[in-house]
Design a protein around this ligand. Structure first.
Ligand SMILES: C[S@@+](CC[C@H](N)C(=O)[O-])C[C@H]1O[C@@H](n2cnc3c(N)ncnc32)[C@H](O)[C@@H]1O
Length: 232
């Protein structure tokens, strides 16, 4: 699929499923996404960043946790799907948390070089139409010594657990997700995009190519992975 076609498809898909997105996240991850997010936030806040960008922020869950964990920091949440951002703004208001949510494309960020001390991306990177370009953009907007924290679903692990997981992720999840969101296409895309995503070592190599010093950890038997990239 051409990059522009992928970007349009992804933007349309998330705009469509926005109203049911949070409910389905909790339901389909059986609540595990909350602990994965907390771990990503802890890693992002390790260096006490003052300016944080949560990219592909969606409905803002990670951005809100970041601000709650570091109230003195300035947190910006950016996404290219306006309906997701509208929900993020509502949640911030209800929780009384101050985050700037703005529309932006991860492949052409509207920020000067070295604008942030930390950038986070939770379950968004896989959807970018060009991984290298997104990594270059993130590297550019990070200040020297800044950190990228990337939370993603790597391809399913091997072995018996992988088989069960594939059955759940490939068959049960698309059915429930499609039924509740009304968009069967979006929840078929999820396992497809996960199967096509680079395994943890390959993603580490991609990040190293643009100049990050990288380590990663696997969570919940390898269902999720967090890559931490430090800019020298
Ligand atoms: C699976 S959601 C993740 C949302 C949120 N980070 C979370 O943890 O729930 C993926 C988000 O990535 C956004 N996205 C995908 N490609 C993007 C791009 N090129 N620029 C900005 N946002 C993008 C989508 O609009 C969607 O809101």
């Amino acid at each position: 699929m051409a990059p522009e076609e992928k970007a349009q498809r992804v933007r349309r898909m998330f705009s469509e499923i926005a109203p049911r997105y949070d409910l389905l996240n909790r339901l389909l991850s059986l609540g595990a996404d909350l602990s994965w997010r907390r771990r990503a936030v802890a890693l992002a806040l390790e260096g006490r960043p003052r300016r944080i960008l949560d990219l592909a922020t969606g409905t803002g869950d990670l951005a809100l946790l970041l601000k709650e964990g570091a109230p003195e920091a300035q947190v910006v949440g950016a996404d290219f799907a306006p309906p997701m951002l509208a929900l993020a703004r509502k949640k911030a208001e209800v929780r009384g948390v101050e985050v700037d949510f703005l529309e932006a494309d991860a492949l052409a960020l509207p920020f000067p070089d070295a604008s942030f001390d930390a950038v986070t991306v939770a379950f968004g990177f896989r959807n970018f139409a060009d991984y290298q370009r997104a990594l270059h953009e993130i590297h550019r907007v990070l200040a020297p010594g800044g950190r990228l924290v990337l939370l993603e679903f790597p391809p399913p692990p091997k072995g018996a657990f992988g088989l069960v997981y594939r059955l759940y992720f490939g068959k049960i999840l698309p059915f429930i997700g499609g039924l509740i969101s009304g968009s069967f296409g979006a929840y078929r895309y999820l396992p497809e995009s996960v199967e096509a995503f680079p395994p943890p070592e390959a993603l580490k190599a991609l990040m190293e190519e643009v100049g990050f010093r990288v380590r990663y950890e696997l969570l919940t038997f390898g269902v999720a992975a967090i890559h931490v990239g430090d800019k020298g």
